[in-house]
Design a protein around this ligand. Structure first.
Ligand SMILES: Nc1ncnc2c1ncn2[C@@H]1O[C@H](COP(=O)(O)OP(=O)(O)O)[C@@H](O)[C@H]1O
Ligand SMILES: [Mg+2]
Length: 248
């Protein structure tokens, strides 16, 4: 009898989130992380890469909006020395444009492709994928772009987080163009929630292909050491609407 090969789990660096995911992300999967500005997506991405570096899994942060110096400074305030990890070859910040990054995935001989191959990242974070939405208004072309991205990362066996800027701060989000939710293996939502007149942060797993996962919506906080996932919101309904109400 051939043993069933179980897919490896990849730690996010956040124990509470790993438990929600049934042990971690599935190796080689592409995960969409959706959240409003400032909710903690880049923090999650950095934490994920720092956790990888600690396990000798090199990671790549592709940023289209924040200068590496800003990221390094933000990471420092959370307790992570990005420059040191870069010097050890365990982490790399790449500041580029969506066009250049896309081309490098399409042409294996490009200088960027060669550099990436030499680094052989096992983890990647794209910050943010919203920059690809803006490349075209044609949904068919956009779907093709997403396919190129997701398949390019999977071909290299990279477990990736695709960060996405949710258009609205609170409440339900507009529909995605280009069917991105169908192409990814898992979707994480990070949301601001108003509970009893205070702002809290919530995290939930919307889908996860090939695994069971936590259906609860949990609180999280950001501080030194990054994101910490706490208790589920209990006795509340409509959390993802941004303004929940108590269940009688
Ligand atoms: N050292 C820190 N201590 C506490 N909170 C922090 C720290 N650094 C950043 N934050 C919080 O993290 C948030 C920024 O998160 P970020 O990951 O950049 O958001 P996003 O990428 O979703 O726009 C800020 O709103 C800030 O409140
Ligand atoms: Mg960000």
């Amino acid at each position: 009898m051939t043993p069933i090969k179980r897919r490896q789990r990849v730690t996010t660096g956040i124990p509470g989130l790993d438990s929600m995911l049934g042990g971690g992300l599935l190796e080689g999967s592409a995960v969409l992380v959706s959240g409003a500005p400032g909710v903690g997506k880049t923090t999650l991405g950095l934490q994920y890469l720092v956790a990888g570096a600690a396990q000798d899994q090199p990671g790549l942060l592709v940023t289209f909006e924040e200068f590496p110096a800003t990221l390094v400074r933000d990471a420092k305030s959370l307790g992570w020395d990005v420059r040191a990890l870069e010097a050890e070859g365990k982490l790399r910040l790449l500041f580029t444009s969506p066009e250049v990054f896309l081309k490098s995935l399409q042409s294996p001989d490009s200088p960027l492709s060669q550099t990436l191959r030499a680094m052989a990242p096992q983890r990647a974070v794209l910050d943010s994928i919203a920059h690809f939405h803006r490349l075209t208004s044609d949904p068919v072309e956009l779907r093709h772009i997403y396919n190129t991205l997701v398949n390019g990362l999977k071909r290299e066996g990279i477990t990736s987080l695709l960060l996405d800027e949710a258009a609205r701060l609170l409440g339900p989000q507009p529909q995605y163009p280009g069917s991105l939710p169908f192409l990814v293996d898992a979707i994480l939502l990070m949301r601001y929630v108003e509970v009893d007149s205070t702002m809290e942060r919530a995290i939930a797993i919307l889908k996860m292909r090939g695994s069971t996962h936590d259906k609860e919506i949990r609180r999280f906080s950001i501080g030194k050491g990054g994101i910490q996932v706490g208790e589920p919101f209990s006795g509340q309904e409509g959390i993802l609407s941004g303004s929940p109400h108590r269940v009688a």
